[in-house]
Every structure is written in C-alpha cells, then in structure tokens.
Design a protein around this ligand. Structure first.
Ligand SMILES: Nc1ncnc2c1ncn2[C@@H]1O[C@H](COP(=O)(O)OP(=O)(O)OP(=O)(O)O)[C@@H](O)[C@H]1O
Length: 559
C-alpha cells in the first residue's frame, strides 16, 4: 500500500487524553500519546495502552467548529472544564460509523486545540480534502410521497434526512407529491435538471419506479432517442438516484444497500456512492410499455399481483393471502419464450458469485462505454437480434420470471435468483414448467432455505440479454378491453382444455416491478447500467472502519 504524505499532524486532546492526530489524503487518524508521558499532566490515564483510531476521509461527512456545551454539572464535566481552559478551541469531525446489519450512523469525534489558529487550520485542511471529493452531491431534487407505506415519508425526511443533508451542506429542493405520477411527469417535462447532482425519492418501490420512468424518459427525449424502438440503445442518465425507504415494499433499496433504513440511505447519498444498475425496457409490438429493474413475472407472480390489487384494503397482508390463493389455484399458461443468451459474462445463474459491493462480474461486463465491444460484430448481431443466436422454448409454464437482480428482500433473503447481478447487462430468466402442486411447493420452499431452487427437472434458468414471450392464444388488443370479462375468483381446477376456458384462465398478466402490464406478448431488452444509484451494493463484511486498521497505523507511523 502506497504511503500517503501527511497533510497535517498535531498533538491535540480528545476525551481528556493527549492524542497525536494525523491527516493524509485518505485517512484521519489519532493515537493516544504514550501513557508514561501523560502522568502528571492532569490528563486521564486509564488503560496504559495506546489506541489508534482512524476514519477514511471519503467517509467524513463534515467538519465544524464545536459548539461549546455550557453545562458543567457533573464531576467529570468540571474536570473537563479545567483542562479545556488549556485547550480552549475545538472542532468536531462527523463521520460514517457502521453498525449492525449494514446500517450506517453519523458518529462524531471532537479534538481540542491549544490555539484558535491551530483549530482553524485543522478545520480548513479537512474541509479542503472534502471539497476534493468530486462525486459528492451539492444540490438535490427530492420527491416525497406522503402516502407511501405508513404515510410517514414527510416526517422521515424532515426528522432523519434533512438534518444530515444540512450538516453536509447539501441543498435540497423538496416536492411533496400531490397525486400519483406527479414526480414522474415533473421530471419528464418541467424539472430544471441542470441545477442538480441527483434526484432523491422518499417512498417505496412504486415511487422509485416513477422517478426511474421520469428520469430515463427525460434523458431519452433530451437526446432524441425513440423509446418505442425495442432495439434502441438508450442513453444512460447523468443524475444519480437516491432512495430514502418510506414505502411498504422497499426492495430496490434493500438490494442496493442491504438494509431499509432512511439514515443509512441518507449517508450513502452524502458520501456520493455510486451503484450502476441495469434497466429492462419492455415493449409490445414496437410500443414502449414500461421499465423494470427487479422482477418481470408472468404466471404465478402475475396472478399474485392481480389478486392482491383487488385486496388493497387488507394492507401488506394481501400479498400473503393472494400468494396462498394463487398457489392453490395452480394455474399454468401455454406460450413461447425466446431468448438471447448472455454467453460472454463471467458468471452464470447457478454459480455462487453473489453481487456485492465492488462486484467483479458487474465490473467485467462490457458496458455501452466499452468502444471495442460497441464496434464488434457480436454487438451488431446483439442489437439486430440475429435470430440464429436465439433459443426458442414452447411449453406450459406455471411461472416465467425474469430477475434483473437477486430480488432479495427481508421476506426472501436469498431472492428469486440469488446470483443475479445489478449491473452486468443481463437478467436471469427462470422457467417453471407445469408440475404437480407438491413439486411447485418444494420449489417455492427452496427460496427460503439453503437448497438450490433451480435443481428441479421442471425448472430451468438462463442468463439472457433479451427475451420475448408470445402466449399460445392471441390476446385482445389490450387487457383493458377485458374489463367486462369476469375474473376467475375461486380455486378452479387446472385448465387443460384451455380454448374452452375464459380469458383469465388462458392468460396470466405480467407483474413488472409490482405493476400489471396491459399486454401479455412482450419483448424485453436489458439496458446495461442505464442508471446509477447513490449506493454501493451490499458490503460483504462490515469492515473495521476505525480500529487498528492497517491504513490507520500506516498514517500514524513516524515520518
Ligand atoms: N401524492 C400521491 N397521492 C397518491 N398516490 C401517490 C402520490 N405520490 C405517489 N403516489 C403513488 O403511490 C404509489 C405507491 O407509493 P410507494 O411505492 O411510495 O408506497 P408503497 O406503500 O410501497 O406502495 P405499494 O402500495 O405499492 O406497496 C406509487 O405508485 C406512486 O405512484
């Protein structure tokens, strides 16, 4: 590890102990000065060992002159006051502290200096280092859904997030949405995006989807790209998206940060983390339908969503109830799935390469920025959808799922496809063929235990760049035309002579990130790294950020 030159080093006081404090461009480190030298100095000496601690500069949130606390009631505070006359000037450094289960908190450390000049010098040099971190946002556009989840979006933002943005000197323009699609439409047409470094969504997955659609559509319009062309190469969005979880489902936040915690999300935004993310574009007959970042599910997950939408009054319990009902219905659907396999990726859906912070598979992926790949014949074929490379499967399916990410969430910690990647330009296409109820139950059960959910004769999984689905029977012009068709309600028997059944027995619906698509025949194309989130993926281990870290020790080595 290359040794960084010291920018500043001084003997200061921290918690009534003399410490040597050192700053280089990567680390702020401090270490107690040997205990023997402290005796007789009036400073505390409890352990006799010299602890070194440090924090990475990129995880410092702010530095400021310390507001003096006038209350000196306790004995220790009185003692503190005595020596504070000697070290009367102090500054506080606010930094990221990792706690349990991927949660981050804002911690602080205060140093006392003997002179005002020294104190100001420390504040200035640390602030200078922070100003060099170019990825940090300075100005954000925030959309709050006041009705998401438990309707706490506004108070979550005001109480937990806004004070942190203020401390980090981030300015935020806040829009509390007044109706569904307010944020999407504002982003699409009105918002002056040049003013901002990022867009923040306070809400659940539905609200995130609004921001996604608004920002991606706006970017394509600004660059003259026709979203209705299924083979159009979309232009990546320049603004990052931050998610403050405040919905009843916050799966995108969980998948990219590892926890659903507003403070953690705010801190990832402040430090300017960047997580690229693939987006699937979904078309029907050359007409753009929607974008998806997590799950496109036909059959089982489409039916669960359709049924649960009729039970919204039940709250989140509706998903469990509809899940049981759909499982007992045990419907299957006939159709043709065609897909373009992703053959040049590092991983496959059944390996153990989980997508984590700094994922090698996602970094290896040739992105649209990779000119060589852009020019290659392979790319040309890929864009044209050269049919010789496509696989075609006709069958009867209980479920057809395309997972652009693992889809892990607190309810299903492994997710639908545990090794799917956030940003490798592929989706995992999972085909669950017609099987017995018991077999399907065994398959579902494996989402919750350690067994491989793809290790069944009736399940196959393919890593794909594009896919199409054509139902066996022609669909009407639009599913909206079916509003008069009575939906199946009870636990009907399996529909074997499908032509005799009503529409809802022979067609399921596509569940596109929690929204029902209006068509069943669709074309899907994975757009590699189309957006970037203020996130870093799930960190594998909780690194020791401050204690006896090798970088910390190196920073403290005498020069
Ligand atoms: N002011 C508003 N009034 C009504 N609906 C809104 C408003 N703002 C946003 N929405 C819509 O509310 C829907 C749900 O929002 P969100 O995802 O934030 O919460 P949720 O509780 O997780 O949602 P869900 O009910 O889908 O689980 C979104 O689809 C969004 O379009």
């Amino acid at each position: 590890m290359e040794k960084q030159p010291r920018l500043l080093s001084s003997k200061l006081v921290h918690k009534q102990r003399q410490v040597e404090v050192v700053l280089n461009s990567r680390i702020l480190a401090w270490k107690e000065i040997e205990s023997s030298r402290k005796r007789g100095s009036g400073l505390n000496d409890t352990s006799g060992t010299a602890h070194s601690r440090g924090v990475q500069v990129c995880e410092i949130l702010a530095v400021q002159k310390t507001e003096e606390d006038e209350s000196t009631n306790t004995r220790s505070q009185k003692k503190a006051k005595q020596y504070s006359l000697l070290y009367a000037h102090s500054f506080t450094v606010f930094y990221v502290k990792r706690t349990r289960q991927h949660q981050w908190r804002c911690s602080e450390v205060t140093f006392h200096c003997a002179s005002q000049g020294l104190c100001e010098q420390w504040i200035q040099v640390i602030a200078e280092q922070l100003s060099l971190l170019a990825n940090r946002p300075k100005s954000l556009l925030v959309y709050i859904n006041p009705y998401g989840g438990k309707q706490c979006g506004q108070s979550i933002y005001e109480q937990k997030v806004a004070p942190l943005f203020h401390r980090a000197c981030i300015s935020a323009d806040v829009i509390v949405t007044e109706y569904a699609n307010h944020a999407r439409d504002h982003l699409k047409t009105e918002a002056n995006l040049d003013k901002y470094d990022g867009v923040v969504c306070v809400g659940g997955d539905g609200m995130f989807s609004e921001i996604l659609h608004g920002l991606v559509s706006r970017t394509q319009t600004d660059h003259g790209v026709d979203q209705n062309q299924p083979d159009a190469v979309l232009v990546p969005c320049s603004l990052h998206i931050g998610i403050i979880p405040a919905g009843s489902t916050d799966c995108i936040c969980f998948a990219t940060i590892g926890t659903n915690d507003p403070v953690t999300s705010a801190l990832h935004i402040i430090v300017g983390d960047s997580q690229p993310m693939d987006v699937c574009s979904v078309h029907h007959n050359n007409v753009f339908l929607r974008y998806s970042v997590s799950l496109l599910g036909y059959g089982f997950y489409g039916d669960v969503l359709t049924d649960s939408e009729r039970k919204r009054w039940l709250g989140p319990a509706r998903y469990d109830l509809s899940g049981v009902k759909t499982f007992l219905s045990h419907n299957f659907y006939e159709g043709t799935v065609s897909f373009l396999p992703a053959e040049d990726t590092m991983g496959n859906p059944r390996d153990k390469l989980r997508c984590r912070s700094g994922c090698h598979v996602c970094q290896h992926k040739p992105s649209s920025k990779d000119n060589q790949w852009e020019m290659s014949e392979e790319k040309e074929k890929f864009d044209k959808g050269d049919s010789s490379d496509w696989n075609v499967i006709h069958g009867k399916f209980i479920a057809i799922n395309a997972a652009s990410m693992s889809c892990a969430c607190p309810r299903s910690p492994k997710g639908l496809s545990p090794s799917a990647h956030l940003a490798d330009g592929t989706a995992d296409l999972i085909l669950v063929r017609k099987c017995s109820r018991l077999d399907f139950f065994r398959h579902l059960l494996r989402h919750t235990n350690k067994d491989d959910q793809f290790d069944h004769s009736f399940v196959e999984v393919h890593r794909v760049r594009k896919f199409r689905f054509q139902p066996q029977h022609q669909e009407p012009v639009s599913l909206e035309d079916l509003s008069e068709t009575p939906k199946k309600t009870g636990f009907s028997p399996m529909c074997s002579a499908q032509t005799n059944c009503n529409y809802s027995s022979i067609h399921s619906s596509w569940n596109c990130d929690g929204e029902i698509l209006p068509h069943t025949a669709i074309q899907v194309s994975v757009q590699c790294q189309l957006i970037r989130l203020f996130a870093r993926g799930i960190e594998e281990q909780q690194p020791h950020c401050v204690f006896e870290d090798p970088c910390t020790l190196q920073a403290l080595e005498p020069h």
